[in-house]
Write a protein of this length. Structure first.
Length: 671
C-alpha cells in the first residue's frame, strides 16, 4: 500500500486549504486507482470524555480517539465528509451534529457511530446541540429545533433573528485561504436557552428562548453591566455554573443574573476589576491580565483563571531583557474571606516555536505569538474528575479561524502537561509511512504516528540559558528566514535549507525536536530569489541544487557538500531550467531532475520536463515532459524507482516510474 500527501481544493474556487494522506489500493484496476482519504490539517470544534475514551472532533468527518487517557491516539472517520460541529454526553450515549444537517450518536463510547437525518421542514445546517433528560435541542443556521431522543421532531422555531451570517474577509485581501467565522453560542441558563447575536449586530444584547420554543426574547444589557471604553462589543460570551450560582461572562467580566435575566449583580466582591479606566498603571495591568478574552474556565463547578507571563534572561545591557518563552499559571478562585486566585499544579512552560495568524487593515498577516497560548484558553474544556483536562482548538471561539489540529492535555490537577498536537503549513519531507514533516515559513512540525498528531520545534531547552545559543542557534526565527528544503535520515539527523540569499543551514540530531545552525553557506554565491531542490544523500555526500524562476530564462546551480555541511562544491550551472527535485542513481554524477523548462520560443512560458544526466548536470537528456503551463508542489520518493508529485493549476497527482521513464496521471481535480 502506498501513502502520499496531496493538497485538495475544497469548496469551488476557494484556495487550497487542507492536506490529506491518500492510501492507494494494492493495485490498479485498468487505469483506475482507488484511494481513501485521511485529513492531516484540520480544525477541531471541541472534545468530550466518555471514560476511558477521549474524543476530539472537527472537520471532514474525522475525530481523534484515545482509550488510554491520552498516551496513544487514532484518527477515525465518522462516515461522512462533513464537519462534526458538536458532541455532548448524556448518560451512556454520545450525541452530536454534522454541519450538513445530520445527527450522529454512539452507544459504545465513540468507537462506532450511527448517522440519522431528521425530518425537518427546512433544509438547515447544524451548528450546536444541547441535551436534556428527554430532549435534544439543535441550533441551525436559521432555526432552533427540539427533538425527542429517538430523533422525532417536537417543534422547530424559525426566525430571521436567528439567522447566522458568517463574517467573511474582504475579497481584496490576498489571503492564503478563504476564512469565515461564525459567532455561535448556544447554552442553558436556568430554565432557558441563551444564544449569542452576531458580534457586529447591535452589541450589548443576546437572545433567550424558553424550552418549549414559544418565545424568543432579546435581552438588552445596556445600563445593566459595565461598558468597556476599549470595545463596543459586550455581548454574552459564556455561561458558568459555579455551585449554586450561574454566572454570565459579558465583556470579559462575570455577572450573576436573576432567573429572568433582567437584573445583574457583579460576580466578584472586589469591584476594582470593573474600573477599566483607573489611572493607576498597576491596577490597569491587573485588570487587563484578568479580563482578557477566554481567561476564565469552569471546571467541576469551580472557577479558574489563567495568567500568562514571560520568562526572560538579562540582555547585553543592564536595562534590557531577552525573551525566551512563556509560562501560564492556572489559579482556582476562592471567595472567602476575599476574592483570591490560588495557583494549582505546575505552570505550563511553552517552549514551542509556533505562531498565530492575525488580520489587520492591511490584510492577512503573521504575528509572532505562540499558538499554544491563544488556543488553550478557550471557552470550556472537557475533563474527567481532576485526573485529566483536554484543551482543544474551538473553531467557533477562534478568530481568525485556523486549521491548527491543536490538542493539549493537563493531568493530575494541572501537575503535568502534554502538548499532543499542533500543526500548520505544508508537507515538505516524508521519511517513511509514520514519520514526516510540515513547515510553515520557518516553523517545523513533525509526526511519528502517520499524521495523527504533530509536534512543533522546541526553541528552548530547559536549564540552558546561554544567551548566544538562543539568539543564534535558530537564526531563521531571529531573521525571519523561510525554510525551502529538508533532509532527515532514520537516525534523526537532518538539515533544513533556506532561500539562497541566506548563509545558514540548520542541523538536527533528533528529528527536528531541537536544532543548531551554522553560517557555512557563505561560500556559495548569493543570488536573490532562489530556492533549493530536495536534498539527496549518497555515501558521504549530499547533492542539491538552487534554482531561480524570478528571472527569465530560469537558472540552476548544482552543489555537492560533505555530511557536516561545512564545505561546498558547485558541480554545474546553466539556464533555461529550474530544478525542483533530484533523484540520484548509484553515483553522484548520475541523477534525474524534475523541473520547469522555459519555452525556447518564449521565455515567459514554461512546461514540465523530467531530465536525466550522467555528468552532474552539465548536460541533460529529456526523458518525459508535459507540454502545458503547470506549477509543481510536493514530491515524494517512494523508493529508488517511484516518485509521486503533485501540481496545481491544474491540481493533479502523478507517478513517475524510473524503470520505464513513464509518467502516470493518478488523480485530477474535477472542474
Amino acid at each position: 500500500m502506498r501513502r502520499i500527501m496531496i493538497k485538495i481544493r475544497w469548496g469551488g474556487k476557494s484556495p487550497l486549504i487542507c492536506f490529506f494522506i491518500l492510501f492507494a489500493s494494492l493495485c490498479a484496476i485498468g487505469n483506475e486507482y482507488k484511494f481513501s482519504l485521511m485529513p492531516l490539517r484540520c480544525s477541531f470544534y471541541g472534545s468530550v470524555i466518555d471514560f476511558p475514551n477521549i474524543i476530539v472532533y472537527g472537520e471532514f468527518g474525522t475525530y481523534l480517539l484515545s482509550s488510554d487517557f491520552g498516551k496513544t491516539w487514532s484518527q477515525n472517520f465518522i462516515g461522512k465528509y462533513s464537519t462534526i460541529r458538536d458532541i455532548k454526553k448524556s448518560k451512556d450515549t454520545l450525541f452530536g451534529v454534522l454541519e450538513d444537517g445530520y445527527i450522529i450518536y454512539s452507544t459504545n463510547k465513540g468507537k462506532n457511530w450511527n448517522i440519522v437525518k431528521p425530518e425537518l421542514e427546512y433544509d438547515e445546517k447544524f451548528y450546536k446541540l444541547l441535551v436534556t433528560e428527554d430532549n435534544i435541542f439543535i441550533r441551525g443556521s436559521e432555526t432552533v429545533t427540539k427533538l425527542t431522543k429517538d430523533f422525532n421532531v417536537v417543534k422547530t422555531l424559525r426566525d430571521s433573528l436567528l439567522k447566522l451570517t458568517p463574517y467573511m474577509f474582504d475579497d481584496e485581501f490576498s489571503l492564503q485561504k478563504k476564512l469565515t467565522y461564525f459567532d455561535v453560542f448556544f447554552d442553558f441558563a436556568f430554565d432557558k436557552i441563551v444564544l449569542s447575536k452576531p458580534y457586529w449586530d447591535k452589541p450589548g444584547s443576546f437572545y433567550a428562548l424558553d424550552l418549549n420554543l414559544n418565545e424568543l426574547k432579546i435581552i438588552d444589557l445596556k445600563g445593566k453591566v459595565k461598558e468597556s471604553p476599549y470595545t463596543s462589543n459586550y455581548n454574552l460570551e459564556n455561561v458558568f455554573r459555579l455551585g449554586t450560582k450561574t454566572a454570565l461572562k459579558i465583556n470579559y467580566n462575570l455577572y450573576v443574573p436573576d432567573t429572568a435575566l433582567t437584573n445583574y449583580k457583579y460576580f466578584f466582591k472586589d469591584t476594582t476589576f470593573l474600573d477599566m479606566e483607573n489611572l493607576d498603571l498597576n491596577v490597569r495591568k491587573r485588570v487587563f491580565s484578568l479580563l482578557t478574552e477566554n481567561t476564565y474556565l469552569e471546571i467541576n463547578d469551580s472557577l479558574f483563571g489563567s495568567l500568562l507571563y514571560a520568562y526572560t534572561i538579562p540582555g547585553d545591557k543592564p536595562e534590557t531583557k531577552i525573551f525566551l518563552y512563556d509560562k501560564i499559571d492556572f489559579k482556582k478562585y476562592y471567595d472567602s474571606p476575599q476574592d483570591t486566585f490560588i495557583q494549582v499544579g505546575r505552570p505550563l512552560a511553552n517552549y514551542y516555536y509556533t505562531n498565530i495568524d492575525v488580520v489587520s487593515q492591511y490584510g492577512y498577516e503573521i504575528q509572532s505569538f505562540p499558538t499554544i497560548n491563544s488556543k488553550m484558553r478557550r471557552r470550556k474544556i472537557s475533563n474527567f474528575k481532576d485526573e485529566i483536562y483536554v484543551f482543544s482548538e474551538d473553531r467557533d471561539a477562534t478568530f481568525p479561524p485556523t486549521q491548527k489540529k491543536f490538542l493539549l492535555l493537563a493531568k493530575d490537577y494541572f501537575s503535568s502537561w502534554d502538548l499532543v498536537s499542533v500543526l500548520d503549513g505544508e508537507p515538505i519531507y516524508i521519511l517513511n509511512d509514520t514519520v514526516f514533516f510540515f513547515v510553515r515559513k520557518n516553523e517545523i512540525f513533525r509526526t511519528f504516528d502517520g499524521g495523527v498528531t504533530f509536534k512543533p520545534l522546541e526553541f528552548y531547552v530547559p536549564g540552558d540559558d546561554t544567551l548566544a545559543k538562543y539568539l543564534y542557534h535558530y537564526p531563521a526565527k531571529l531573521f525571519n528566514y523561510y525554510i525551502k528544503s529538508m533532509f532527515v535520515d532514520s537516525s534523526g539527523q537532518g538539515v533544513v535549507l533556506f532561500d539562497k540569499k541566506n548563509d545558514v543551514c540548520t542541523i538536527t540530531k533528533n528529528f527536528f525536536k531541537t536544532v543548531n545552525s551554522y553560517y557555512s553557506m557563505k561560500s556559495i554565491d548569493n543570488a536573490t530569489g532562489q530556492f533549493p531542490s530536495n536534498i539527496e544523500k549518497l555515501s558521504n555526500y549530499f547533492v542539491f541544487s538552487f534554482s531561480d524562476t524570478t528571472r527569465k530564462p530560469f537558472k540552476y546551480d548544482i552543489f555537492l557538500t560533505d555530511t557536516n555541511w561545512l564545505y561546498f562544491n558547485k558541480m554545474s550551472s546553466d539556464t533555461g531550467f529550474a530544478i525542483f527535485n533530484i533523484l540520484v542513481d548509484y553515483n553522484i554524477n548520475s541523477f534525474i531532475a524534475f523541473g520547469l523548462a522555459n519555452n525556447s520560443q518564449n521565455k515567459n512560458q514554461w512546461h514540465l520536463e523530467i531530465r536525466q544526466t550522467n555528468d552532474s548536470g552539465r548536460t541533460f537528456k529529456v526523458i518525459n515532459q508535459i507540454n502545458e503551463k503547470i506549477y509543481l508542489n510536493n514530491f515524494y520518493q517512494h523508493n529508488k524507482d517511484s516518485v509521486f508529485f503533485t501540481t496545481s493549476l491544474p491540481d493533479r497527482l502523478y507517478l513517475f516510474d524510473r524503470k520505464t521513464n513513464e509518467l502516470k496521471l493518478l488523480w485530477e481535480a474535477e472542474e
